[in-house]
Design a binder for this molecule. Structure first.
Ligand code: A3P
Length: 327
């Protein structure tokens, strides 16, 4: 039995001026924001009611957690972790993902509680997790410090990080198309909110650094999105070893092909079709969008590029973490 622990962090309202800005730009969730803990992670207010439950959620020895900042390659990594852990069972993989989506009923679209339902989906509800069959593959955007303190003693955790400039571009597109955000500004505005830690689940660097600090723990695998792009077979081998699995080179090759962007984009298991059908995502929205590294260059003018470099340099000062795209 895990010992029950009170949630150790303060939960605050967002400062009035920031709240005004959030409400102005995030028409979906802007009004419902809170900041949590000393690092002031910006979350949607539903989290407050589940924070302690999540912090105390009963863990199972075969759980695998996938922890990411949004738009860092979560969906992609979940598919590969699931397949590697499940003896490459492609036929079941095609059906299993997004059981959350399956549980959503079409009638929600006309229900006044719908927005609430959408917001609840933004957090890994402790209740949803408790109902999942083992082995559980639990993805969350919550930082490690908000998950059970015994997490790494009991379960395996994969963390994926991505160049924050590409994350920001990707997140901007999602935020415009996703009904729980409905961001209505331009990219420059989005970027200024991003580096002021006013997009959901930020501060970005604190999120990543929490995991980086734990990267040597035997139950933690820290990956970069860019490593997966640059050398998928080698990265898949690392994940397989971490999961205690062995695969032949031809199996890894086949999995690499399955996971290639062009193939993955058309994979119905990614769940996007349901999201559009339920009106959670604009019909033009793309969940699996470009799948590249360095696409940020098309969005940043000279001033923004300089500002980004300064922000990155400041945040990397006290850590040996280096993104593959910055070397
Ligand atoms: P882009 O918007 O830059 O294309 P998440 O799943 O965490 O929301 O991350 C989404 C990002 O991962 C999107 O980035 C998406 O295109 C990218 N992605 C998804 N599948 C991918 C794949 N097979 N190869 C490369 N990138 C992929």
């Amino acid at each position: 039995m895990q010992e029950f622990k009170s949630f150790p962090f303060d939960i605050h309202d967002v400062e009035e001026s920031d709240k005004r800005e959030l409400s102005k730009y995030f028409l979906g969730a802007g009004k419902f924001s809170i900041q949590v803990g000393p690092k002031k992670y910006l979350l949607m207010s539903d989290y407050e009611h589940d924070a302690e439950n999540i912090y105390n959620m009963p863990l199972r020895h075969d759980d695998i957690f996938l922890v990411t900042f949004p738009r860092s390659g979560t969906t992609w990594t979940l598919e590969l972790v699931w397949l590697l852990a499940s003896n490459l069972d492609y036929s079941t993989a095609a059906k299993t993902h997004d059981n959350l989506m399956e549980s959503l009923n079409k009638k929600h679209a006309d229900n006044p509680e719908y927005l609430k339902t959408l917001q609840a989906m933004r957090t890994p509800g402790s209740e949803q997790a408790s109902k999942m069959a083992s082995p559980r593959f639990i993805r969350t955007h919550l930082p490690l410090s908000f998950l059970p303190p015994t997490l790494l003693d009991s379960t395996k955790v994969v963390y994926v990080a991505r160049d924050p400039r590409d994350v920001a571009v990707s997140y901007y597109h999602l935020s415009r198309d996703f009904q729980s955000f409905i961001f209505n500004g331009d990219f420059k505005t989005y970027w200024s909110l991003f580096i002021r830690d006013l997009v959901y689940w930020s501060p970005f660097f604190e999120h990543v650094k929490e995991a980086w600090q734990m990267r040597h723990h035997p139950n933690m695998l820290f990956l970069f999105y860019e490593e997966l792009l640059q050398n998928m077979p080698a990265t898949l081998q690392r994940v397989a070893t971490f999961l205690g699995k062995e695969y032949r080179a031809d199996q890894i090759e086949e999995l690499s092909t399955h996971l290639k962007f062009e193939n993955f984009k058309n994979n119905p298991a990614v769940g996007i079709y349901d999201m559009k059908e339920y009106g959670m995502m604009a019909s033009k929205g793309e969940f699996v969008r470009k799948g590249k590294s360095g696409g940020w260059r098309d969005y940043f003018d000279e001033d923004m590029t300089r500002e980004a470099q300064l922000w990155i340099d400041n945040n990397l000062q006290n850590t040996d973490m280096r993104f593959p795209s910055m070397q």
